[in-house]
Design a protein around this ligand. Structure first.
Ligand code: FES
Length: 146
């Protein structure tokens, strides 16, 4: 016998999933359901933290090996679009040279996600700016060692 409360929860979750798919598309939905790069990194080589004009905070953590992004993760206090944007920034940065990672723009993240509603595009720009901040902080640290 199934629990009526479990059935209700599944129905509600199913309709939320359907709404997200319809409003944001499959690429966003997949990353929202399972944000692969979500979580603060222990002992990162660098990180960036920025607060968007909306008040949400984005954090991006980098592990660097041989001037290449060997690992990337993010955390955010923001909405679903900021979660998928942080995830997209890490997805694009992972494995790239730092110089390349520093060129990633919000528009690249939006392209990867298949777009966001105009009122949420700033989430992608915040993620890209935070990634660049993490790279800049890494370079600053290297300069101090010289
Ligand atoms: Fe603030 Fe998404 S980052 S609304």
């Amino acid at each position: 016998m199934t629990d009526p409360l479990d059935d209700l929860v599944q129905q509600v979750q199913g309709s939320i999933d359907q709404e997200v798919r319809e409003e944001f598309g499959e690429a966003v939905y997949r990353r929202w359901k399972a944000p692969e790069y979500f979580g603060r990194m222990d002992s990162p080589d660098s990180f960036g933290v920025l607060t968007g004009s909306c008040g949400d905070v984005m954090e991006i953590y980098l592990r660097v090996e041989g001037h290449r992004v060997a690992a990337c993760s993010f955390s955010t206090t923001g909405c679903g679009p900021s979660v998928v944007s942080g995830s997209g920034a890490c997805e694009l940065a992972w494995g790239r040279d730092l110089e390349d990672a520093a060129t990633i723009e919000g528009s690249d993240i939006l392209y990867l996600l298949g777009g966001l509603p105009p009122e949420k595009e700033h989430c992608a720009h915040l993620a890209a700016q935070t990634l660049r901040e993490a790279v800049r902080t890494y370079w600053q640290g290297e300069d101090r060692l010289r």
